[in-house]
Design a protein around this ligand. Sequence first.
Ligand SMILES: C[S@@+](CC[C@H](N)C(=O)[O-])C[C@H]1O[C@@H](n2cnc3c(N)ncnc32)[C@H](O)[C@@H]1O
Ligand code: SF4
Length: 380
Amino acid sequence: MKTNWGVYVHIPFCKRKCDYCDFVSFVNNGDTVTEYIKALALEINYRMPKTIEKYGKPATLYIGGGTPSLLAIKEIDKIFSVMGKYTNIADFEEITIEANPESVTREKLTFYKNLGVNRVSFGAQSFNDNILKRIGRLHTAKEAVNAVTLAKEVGFDNVSLDLMYALPGEALTDLQSNIETAAKLEPEHISAYCLTLEEGTPLYKKCNAGEVVLPTEESESAMYDLAVTMLPKLGFQRYEISNFAKQGKHSRHNMLYWTDATYLGVGLSAASYIENERFKNVNDLTEYIVNPIMSRIKEERNASDGEFEYIFLALRTVKGLNKNHYATKYGVEFKKRYKKSLAKLTSARLMIEDDEYFRLTERGFKVSNEVFGEFIGANE
Ligand SMILES: C[S@@+](CC[C@H](N)C(=O)[O-])C[C@H]1O[C@@H](n2cnc3c(N)ncnc32)[C@H](O)[C@@H]1O
Ligand code: SF4
């Protein structure tokens, strides 16, 4: 039987760190990047054959970061040629690369296309130059527009845009015009993330010092409502809490994360999920470069940690939690196990049930953290 599984490759380099970002990425010189690509190749050589032997050829490849588009063409080429030793690149159903507007060129995009990349995900965040500056982005709105146009010209028919909202000084009308601008560019996919103010980031410090002001809770809530109603009207159907796509253009790779599928993560800090176990590569760049093969650590967790994770990930999707899948995996009906919680959540119209699935309603999505909280401790 063919297993639907995917590979994630992490590129932990950025030209400059954005003020809000807590992802594992560093500003580095060329030598470190070269060393890193060598280490990455070693890890791919070590893990890919073993994983393919178990699960067959992977369906998806996702090159994320950091800023993968910052790499030189020869470095991306190296990753693909190592990967190509174990699977035919053309056999991947979906290959995504994350790109930042200021670091893509026609040459790079053409190269990605020729390599077999069939999906580009741009971090646009906002189309308001003042806001972009305020959050420490390196590009202007115009550069983001140009990057998307270029990707289309080069022949990509699966382009995604990341947008963020509830950014410092942002008004509801700013978000409205951001979404309008994004839709005019005719991407196939839009991710809309509410800003998470990560402790320790420069933005966190600026907020505490009163140098920038975030929208109020009411305003953030209005922005959420605007995004989730406006995007479907523009033809982007929601398929996950923060993800919206044109018909058939959902991210196949990201769907693996939410549907209990296997994935192998290679590179600094990359996560893997294999046979119900979670693994995480180290966050220390030097340690990874010195020994990329020994860099993976198994996460210690008990049975209920795994089960809650399964439930929360499934309920992030619009389709919801598949009752048969759950029952087969855990040997008990979801409905029986969480009888009280489900009765409470369905009567409050935060969740609904059909023949195959339990899912969150629109109201449920808006308060998803509270809904998820209902399950914790409920099965003891
Ligand atoms: C893994 S990041 C890397 C993408 C790419 N380097 C970029 O910045 O354009 C993917 C997305 O996560 C979102 N993101 C990053 N930090 C965030 C935060 N603190 N709160 C909400 N969304 C965030 C941004 O929309 C970003 O494009
Ligand atoms: S470019 Fe992307 S990954 Fe890099 S710091 Fe900014 S948000 Fe984070």
